[in-house]
Design a protein around this ligand. Structure first.
Ligand SMILES: Cc1cc2nc3c(=O)[nH]c(=O)nc-3n(C[C@H](O)[C@H](O)[C@H](O)COP(=O)(O)OP(=O)(O)OC[C@H]3O[C@@H](n4cnc5c(N)ncnc54)[C@H](O)[C@@H]3O)c2cc1C
Length: 470
């Protein structure tokens, strides 16, 4: 399947399906909330300091938009929207009016600010898939971008550990996939070498990926935004888009701060990408289902047990990687994330319930087909989410010495996972090209690693579909 598919366009005008207002209900408080500032202490502030240096007149919460007209409007100020914005203005210096609209008061607040911070090397993905190509190339370009922009990253390497004989076949398949995808520095190692790399891990064999790294993606997104603004782009924050209509070839995009006009749109709205696509009248045949990933944090005195990144051999039928250990760029060690169905698209706590969004999920036929297919895995994930003992038992398969008292409650992230009408979890990235808009409909992990190559691809699509060069 190719990376971009021509959009199936509904025979509808650019209608105006308003986003449902949030009806968030909190019941109890079972897990400590995650916040991007916890995981990335210097995150969004970098961007605000860019603003305070006078680079942007638009990054100002409380500002009312003033009916400005743009050539391209990008909806969503996460890492993919910002990468696309940066590369678009760079390709057409001074020739395109481009803006990013973001509903939150800060950029990179959702998936970009709540992830594991791993620069994936490209092992897991089917050769020939979009994820494989964009991740391998994206990791290379990201490292180069970071060197040029003085953003810290570490190439700490990662082990994928087989803990019993039944996992050996899958481990070797992963090795072969990595090689086929062009990942450098892969090595299958025995238990002796594994214990040199990770002395506290128990495993009979492991795949050592020396190129895998760690980074703070909020800093990367901030750098993209900074460069975008330097080249003349505008960013509107606190400006949730809730209606899109077409009039005389121009699109009127109604935000909470007023109306902006654009010739073309790029939808990078992450957890709400399907909703934004609906606002434009596009039929996508899929729905974003939110999967929360919850983390524990190793207490400082227990962090010595993890040197780099330690992963299990993943379940080949499930698009998530299994709970693992990640030493992040700020020096903390996290364990997780799991993958449980979230009852709100931005539900970072178990207690977050959005009734309208739950209704949207349960009335989607694909949800029930997905549930029938994955109910066993889903129940196990929920059980582990509520039982620290079960979580610890799974972690002990990798590090037998880990005990419950080594772990403190950590943060959480919510993955935007697209599910098709037949209940399949979309395995690959999905970017659809409409007549006046491009929609990024499935960009889960390794979306942050791949942000530069995805952005470059979208610019190529926009160039062709919107005839930007004319
Ligand atoms: C738990 C977890 C762990 C992960 N780990 C990794 C990892 O280690 N490595 C990796 O490469 N990837 C990882 N990922 C995936 C990665 O985080 C995503 O692929 C990437 O952040 C997607 O970026 P985005 O810009 O599409 O989405 P987002 O960062 O979610 O940005 C979308 C933006 O759109 C805005 N928006 C939504 N609706 C509207 C609207 N109506 N109007 C205006 N704005 C709107 C949102 O507020 C948001 O800021 C992980 C993800 C999660 C959740």
């Amino acid at each position: 399947m190719g990376f971009s598919q021509k959009m199936e366009t509904a025979n509808l005008p650019w209608n105006a399906i308003a986003q449902e207002p949030k009806a968030t209900l909190r019941i109890g408080q079972a897990i400590k909330p995650g916040s991007p500032d916890d995981l990335h202490p210097s995150g969004p502030m970098v961007l605000l300091s860019a603003h305070s240096q006078g680079l942007s007149r638009s990054l100002r919460p409380g500002w009312q938009v003033d009916s400005k007209e743009y050539d391209v409007l990008i909806i969503g100020g996460g890492i993919i929207g910002l990468s696309t914005a940066m590369q678009l203005v760079h390709k057409y210096p001074g020739r395109l009016r481009v803006a990013v609209v973001e509903k939150e008061d800060h950029l990179a607040t959702h998936q970009t600010g709540h992830n594991s911070g791993v620069i994936h090397s490209g092992i897991y993905y089917r050769p020939g898939s979009q994820k494989a190509a964009f991740c391998v190339g994206g990791a290379r370009r990201l490292r180069q971008f970071c060197e040029e922009n003085e953003i810290e990253f570490q190439q700490c390497g990662k082990t994928i550990v087989a803990t019993n004989e039944s996992e050996l076949g899958r481990l070797e398949t992963l090795y072969q996939r990595g090689v086929d995808n062009g990942v450098q520095g892969l090595e299958l190692v025995g238990s002796e070498r594994l214990n040199e790399i990770e002395p506290y891990v128990h495993g009979i064999k492991a795949l050592w990926a020396s190129q895998t790294g760690i980074i703070d993606y909020v800093k990367v997104a901030s750098a993209y935004a900074f460069r975008f603004q330097q080249e003349g782009g505008d960013i509107y924050t606190g400006a949730a888009v809730h209606q899109i209509s077409e009039n005389d070839g121009s699109l009127a995009v109604t935000t909470l701060k007023g109306v902006l006009h654009a010739k073309h749109l790029i939808n990078c709205a992450g957890l709400y990408a399907d909703r934004v696509a609906e606002m434009t009248g596009e039929l996508t045949n899929l729905r974003i289902i939110p999967f929360r990933g919850e983390y524990y944090t190793l207490r400082p005195e227990s962090q010595y047990m993890v040197k780099g990144l330690i992963y299990p051999v993943p379940d080949p039928d499930f698009p998530f990687l299994g709970v693992h250990f990640t030493r992040n760029i700020h020096g903390q060690v996290e364990a997780g994330p799991n993958a449980v169905l979230a009852l709100s698209r931005e539900g970072y706590q178990k207690s977050d319930i959005n009734l309208a969004e739950c209704w949207g999920t349960v009335t989607y036929p694909g949800f029930w087909k997905m549930s029938a297919r994955y109910w066993r895995t889903g129940m196990a994930e929920v059980h582990r989410s509520y039982s620290k003992g079960v979580f610890v038992r799974d972690l002990q398969k990798l590090i037998p010495g880990i005990q419950s008292q080594d772990l403190a409650a950590g943060g959480a992230g919510v993955r935007a996972q697209a599910v098709s009408k037949d209940g399949a979890l979309l395995d690959d990235f999905s970017i659809l090209q409409g007549r006046k808009a491009i929609h990024v409909l499935n960009a889960p992990s390794p979306g942050a690693t791949s942000s530069l190559t995805i952005g470059e691809h979208i610019v190529g699509l926009a160039d062709e579909a919107f005839r930007l060069g004319d």
